[in-house]
Design a protein around this ligand. Sequence first.
Ligand code: SF4
Length: 430
Amino acid sequence: MKKINIITLGCSKNIVDSERLAMQLQQGGYLLLHNSPQPARITIINTCGFINDAKEEAIDTILQCVQAKQRGEIEQLFVMGCLVQRYADALRKEIPEVDEYFGVNSFAAILQQLNAAQRDALHTQRLISTPQHYAYLKVAEGCNWHCGYCAIPLIRGKYVSTPLPDLLQEATSLAGQGVRELMLVAQDLTYYGLDLYHKRSIAPLVHSLSQIEGIEWLRLHYGYPTQFPRDLIDEMHDNPKVCKYLDIPFQHINDGVLQRMQRGHSQKDILNLIETLRRRCPDVALRTTLLVGYPNEDEAAFEELLRFVQDVRFERLGVFAYSEEDGTHAATHYADNVPAAEKQRRCDEVMRLQSRISAQLNEAKVGKTFRVIADRIEGKYTIARTQYDSPEVDGEVLIADTSLQAGAFYQVTITSANEFDLFGELRVEN
Ligand code: SF4
């Protein structure tokens, strides 16, 4: 069997795309590898083109594979995804050693290139690349917002919800493969259904997914503040299978910056939403993403952002420096006038503040018992997570016991903590 190695860069939505393509290629008679360090005769790179750092990583990966091809380790090299969607012509000109470039949504062309038939009956099936007990479920493609700094609508197009029956079929198939935890992802999770069913339908979708046997945890990523569906908060409160966890990028809190970012909501809207979430679900873990150094972000606006971080005390927080992206509203309307060193200083200051908050929040968990899912064994520890920790991006729970089984749930009492992780001991098995 000919081997194909799919190298996936970027976000969880790209992971899902790669897994869907992998299933089709496997049915076409290929042996599939995901992100294998060993070069395979056929290599496909699924790229990200969101911001400069991601573009640089994609280019580096392509060039490394071109060198492996020149050494005779790779026969056919294909590049797909967001970077190609944005820069296909330049890539073809600059790196002609790649056999072919494919934009987003070009499965049919890739399968044809590899003489594999497209099997529509398999459109809800995936060859998962994550550990067997958790997987991402992409509920929609594209985005209808026009945030000033963001190139995604230019790359992925309009918002297209995946029909609910297809998502239930996909989730049932994943549960059949041993998946216990599903991370629901999209560019904007809370917009789900508005295009297809003319009403926000994320809460009914989550409720239906929770009925699938084997699915124990449902995790919500990429919420959007504007018109946040209240029934989703109720579903999170009422449904024991919905993790008390919400990833919702707020980006900023200063009204002037929010307006120039075209976010469509105000400081007051954000604070009201956080208050509502925490009143309805007191133990909800909020993960957010902030953007510093946006054009004309002055010291006063940045100080306001620091106070927001200090006051809200997010359980999880990431911060990015503004990166000017071709074709975006910000790039065509504002000068990128915050110096790079100042952007970095602001990122560092936010993370310094957040690490103190994280350490305090983690310390407060010592002595408490939590239900955890075991992920893997590492050295003398089992690495696990509570419902407040998403894989790959959040802290973990380290248990000094290697007899635990990946994908199983345990009760663990926290014995100590640092700013990132918790340490615990097994309480009872359930
Ligand atoms: S919601 Fe805004 S930041 Fe997110 S993908 Fe859409 S345009 Fe980009």
